[in-house]
Design a protein around this ligand. Structure first.
Ligand SMILES: [Zn+2]
Ligand SMILES: [Zn+2]
Length: 420
């Protein structure tokens, strides 16, 4: 059924209307003259809208009714391409110029609803695939019986206690996310070390990535189908105990073993050496942390290479972190003096720091000076792992900072009075 004819031209026969259309598109005719000739009473700009749409040989995709095309204005080339519409169901196919518009006919609305539903279904099934792969690759099933202290290497025990203390979660099972160093958490002295710690505990099966609790954006499915995760976006969960109670008991047992020095048997073989290594490792990490702090404070670049690491490691063989930190401070201060006196670049000045630390250390040793170190800087609170290591595992407290790491101080002898 063709669209209804506008009442304002209802007095014209179909042949007259055809003629009217032809006259309109003949640009030599003035619109006012056309209006007069056909006795139409409208403003000249309204004439085009009265013209009946032309029928096309296309059909509506929904109801297969004929598609009509609106009449383009004879003056505007940009609107020459006009919308098609179905007179039966109201469906509209927009001209290219208006392709950003959406048709709101019942059929189109329903089609979009189905498409959105299908898209959501696909997205959800994709998410499920990613999560189940993530759980399989990076997570662990919770055990039906809790781990025992014998399932932990001594380093893992230190790391786990540090992580549990750093966790902001109330639960001992669901740990939530952890943040890069210094943002919210100070699990270790640096973001790199925190990443390593999380990875090590995950590999040991003590914690896992909580694939079903993590936001889907925390995972990345590469073009080659390899799945990876963002260390500081995923949620973690402990996987060493079936429930909160057994998890709490085990954590308490580990703390107690450290506190009383009543170590489980398997720690006694090389646990002391492992702790000594950990002490050295974090003495070096803390030294680097202060090196960075003192350099950045003086606008000098921090870019430690193998030489810096070697110098600090060797200094820590004879000196405490506290003393080494003071040497770093003196070397950084000397670098700034050098820069100002000689007019060298900040990079050049920073390069003198490792050599200066080495000379301080050699000199103090050669002269046998009583070299008093620094107190901790309140701008750099102890990381959780250092806190657990010094205060609990080594039972050294502030001596962990003020003595040079040494194996003799790492006692693995149980205390006579375990209640102390
Ligand atoms: Zn239709
Ligand atoms: Zn439509």
């Amino acid at each position: 059924m063709p669209p209804e004819v506008d009442p304002k031209i209802a007095h014209l026969s179909p042949d007259d209307i055809e003629l009217l259309v032809a006259c309109y598109y003949d640009k030599t005719n003035k619109v006012v003259d056309i209006l007069e000739q056909f006795e139409i009473d409208v403003h000249p700009t309204q004439l085009r809208k009265l013209l009946p749409p032309s029928i096309t040989d296309e059909h509506c995709p929904y109801c297969s009714g004929a598609l009509y095309k609106e009449r383009p204005a004879r003056t505007e080339p940009s609107s020459l391409d006009c919308d098609l519409f179905c007179d039966k169901c109201g469906h509209r196919e927009f001209a290219e110029y208006y392709s950003w518009k959406t048709c709101n006919c019942a059929a189109c609305t329903e089609r979009r609803r189905i498409e959105a539903k299908e898209e959501a279904r696909l997205r959800q099934s994709h998410e499920e695939v990613v999560r189940s792969r993530a759980h399989y690759s990076f997570g662990h099933d919770r055990p039906s019986t809790p781990y025992t202290i014998y399932d932990f290497q001594i380093t893992e025990a230190v790391y786990l206690l540090a992580l549990m203390r750093a966790s902001r979660a109330e639960s001992l099972l669901a740990l939530g996310t952890f943040s890069p160093n210094g943002i919210q958490d100070n699990i270790t002295t640096s973001t790199d070390q925190t990443s390593l710690l999380l990875r090590e505990l995950r590999d040991a099966g003590v914690i896992g990535v909580a694939a079903y609790q993590s936001p889907i954006e925390a995972f990345d499915l590469g073009d080659d189908d390899t799945l990876s995760y963002y260390i500081f976006k995923v949620h973690y969960e402990t996987t060493f105990a079936p429930d909160e109670d057994t998890a709490a008991e085990l954590l308490k047992e580990i703390e107690q073993a450290f506190r009383t020095k009543n170590w489980p048997h398997h720690w006694r073989f090389d646990g002391a050496e492992d702790l000594y290594d950990l002490w050295k490792k974090f003495a070096l990490e803390e030294s680097l942390q202060y090196l960075r702090y003192y350099l950045e404070e003086r606008k000098l670049p921090y870019n430690p290479g193998p030489k810096t690491l070697q110098v600090l490691e060797s200094a820590l063989e004879n000196f405490s972190t506290s003393q080494v930190v003071k040497m770093i401070w003196a070397a950084a201060k000397g670098a700034v003096d050098f820069m100002q006196r000689k007019g060298v670049s900040a990079k050049h000045a920073a390069n003198t720091v490792p050599g200066a630390i080495q000379r301080y250390a050699d000199r103090v040793l050669a002269e046998g000076w009583d070299y008093k170190g620094f107190e901790r800087n309140y701008n750099m609170p102890r990381s959780m792992v250092v806190e657990i290591l010094h205060d609990l595992a080594l039972q050294l407290g502030s001596k962990g900072w003020s003595t040079s790491p040494n194996l003799e101080s790492v006692s693995n002898q149980p205390l006579i009075d375990a209640s102390e």
